[in-house]
Design a protein around this ligand. Structure first.
Ligand code: ATP
Ligand code: MG
Length: 252
C-alpha cells in the first residue's frame, strides 16, 4: 500500500496557543483514514495544513513524496487540484443553482467549455448522490443533508484523488448521518478515492475507516487499524474510546 499524503512534525501556534506540536502521520492511497480527538485539539487545523489553506510554522506535508509547503506557488496550486474537500457547512454558493454549483469546478478548475459534456457530468453526479431532481433548486431550498450531498457532488465533479471531510455528519440526524457515511464508503470503493476524515462519530469511524489516528496535545499519539486502536494501552486514548462507546450504550 502506497502512502499518498504524509504530514511530518507539523507545528502550528496561534499567538501563545500551541495547537500542533509535532504531528506526524501517513495516509495510505485508496484507503479511508480518520483523525479523532477531543474538540479543540487541532484536527481542523491539521487538515487545513494538508490542503494548503493554512501554512504550518514548521514541518512538512508530502503528496506522493513531494514536499508541498515549500514548493513554488504555481506547483502548490497544481498539487492542490488533486485534493477535494467537504467542509462542515458544505460551502455552496448561495446565489447559484445546484446545477451551477456542481458545474462550477468543471468550468473553473478543469477548464471545460463543452456544455453538453458539462450537463452530462452534472446529471451523472446528481444521479449518483440520489438527488436527480434538484438541479434547478437554489441551495437555500435544500435540507442540511441534501446540501451536504450536493457539496459532495460538486467536489467529485473535479475528480480529486484525495477527498478530505471535516465533520461530514455533525448536526445531521442518525439516519442522514448514516447515509453520508455510506456515501463516503461508496466514494472510496467505486472511485478509488483516498478519503481523509475528521469526525466526532467514533462508532461510525471504527466501522468505515481502514486506519485511525488519535490527536492529543498537538501530536498524533497513535495510529493504526481500528482493531489495533481498540487494543491500545495508551491511557488517554483508552479513556476517550471508552467514553465514546459508553455514550453509544446509553443512546442505543
Ligand atoms: N485561524 C485561527 N486563529 C486563531 N486560533 C485558531 C485558528 N484556527 C484554529 N484556532 C484555534 O486552534 C485550536 C484548534 O482548533 P481546531 O478547529 O483545529 O480544533 P478541532 O480539533 O477541529 O475541534 P472541533 O472538534 O471542535 O472541530 C482551537 O483552540 C482554535 O481556537
Ligand atoms: Mg474541527
Amino acid at each position: 500500500m502506497e502512502t499518498i499524503v504524509e504530514v511530518q512534525d507539523i507545528h502550528k501556534a496561534f499567538g501563545s496557543l500551541e495547537v500542533l506540536k509535532g504531528a506526524s502521520m501517513p495516509f495510505e492511497e485508496g484507503r479511508i483514514t480518520a483523525i479523532i480527538g477531543q474538540s479543540g485539539t487541532g484536527k481542523s487545523v491539521l487538515i487545513k495544513t494538508i490542503i494548503g489553506v493554512m501554512d504550518p510554522d514548521r514541518g512538512e506535508v508530502f503528496f506522493r513524496g513531494e514536499e508541498i509547503t515549500t514548493a513554488p506557488a504555481e506547483r502548490r496550486r497544481e498539487i492542490r487540484r488533486n485534493f477535494g474537500y467537504l467542509f462542515q457547512d458544505s460551502a455552496l454558493f448561495d446565489s447559484m443553482s445546484v446545477y451551477d454549483n456542481i458545474a462550477f469546478p468543471l468550468v473553473e478548475s478543469l477548464g471545460m467549455r463543452d456544455r453538453k459534456k458539462i450537463r452530462a457530468i452534472v446529471e451523472e453526479k446528481l444521479e449518483w448522490i440520489g438527488l436527480p431532481e434538484v438541479g434547478r433548486k437554489m441551495p437555500a431550498e435544500l435540507s442540511g443533508g441534501m446540501r451536504k450531498r450536493v457539496g459532495l457532488a460538486r467536489t467529485l465533479a473535479a475528480r480529486p484523488e484525495v477527498l478530505l471531510f471535516d465533520e461530514p455528519t455533525t448536526g445531521l440526524d442518525p439516519v442522514l448521518a448514516e447515509s453520508i457515511n455510506d456515501l463516503i464508503v461508496r466514494v472510496n470503493e467505486e472511485f478509488g478515492i483516498t478519503c481523509i476524515l475528521i469526525t466526532h462519530d467514533i462508532q461510525a469511524t471504527f466501522r468505515i475507516s481502514n486506519a485511525i489516528g488519535f490527536l492529543y496535545e498537538g501530536v498524533i499519539q497513535e495510529h493504526g487499524t481500528p482493531e489495533e486502536l481498540s487494543r491500545t494501552s495508551h491511557p488517554i486514548l483508552r479513556k476517550f474510546l471508552t467514553n465514546s462507546f459508553a455514550d453509544l450504550g446509553v443512546a442505543g
